[in-house]
Design a protein around this ligand. Sequence first.
Ligand SMILES: Nc1ccc(C(=O)O[C@H]2C[C@H]3CC[C@@H]2C3)cc1
Length: 227
Amino acid sequence: FTKEQQALMKVIIDAYNKHQIPQDVAKKLLQDKYSTEENFLLLTEMATSQVQVLVEFTKNIPGFLSLDREDQIALLKGSAVEAMFLRSAQALNKKMPIGHTEVLEERIRKSGISEEFIKPMFNFYKSIGELHMVLEEQALLTTITILTPDRPYVKDQPAVERLQETALDLLRKMCVLHHPQEPQYFARLLGRLTELRTLSHYHAEMLASWRVNDHKFTPLLCEIWDV
Ligand SMILES: Nc1ccc(C(=O)O[C@H]2C[C@H]3CC[C@@H]2C3)cc1
């Protein structure tokens, strides 16, 4: 790795570690109330906290704050769902404290999300788990998702491309280092980003069906998803 790449990796890893879902939100998942309503409220709190974590993490990506202000907003709005699914996949697959994973899975399944979205969502979680990404790869994959140049309303796409390419070069080297036996590993990681995009379509329908049933969102979720 070059000196710059080592510095970039350190900044991204520190940001990724620093901005985790607060323990109190995670602990709430273990409380004993299990009604559909209660599960939905907990997911709302979790999603809101994940968006807050996403914004803080993104601000630490080198070069991000030098982008055009409106492009920064367009990138955050365009990547929020994908970054959130990535982070919840990583959280669910990480050895969470005993029982957390099953509890979170149970709450997601019983929160008013229709079965047609639950299946692809858990397939995605499983496919992420099977990759056994190291922390650096998780943080870089999230960074690459955020720095996607072709999000709606991005004006200066080349500026975003330059930042994304830097992160892609670094991720490619990380994959060779941590998965020397799997030359296709880097390509497999990027393939997950395609699967993420299909998930975000399901997510839009998930939001719409919750709205139709008059479920309450937080102001932050309304703002980031224009609902
Ligand atoms: N009022 C809302 C509640 C939850 C979400 C959401 O996207 O939840 C995400 C967290 C994980 C479980 C479902 C997805 C992934 C959106 C609006």
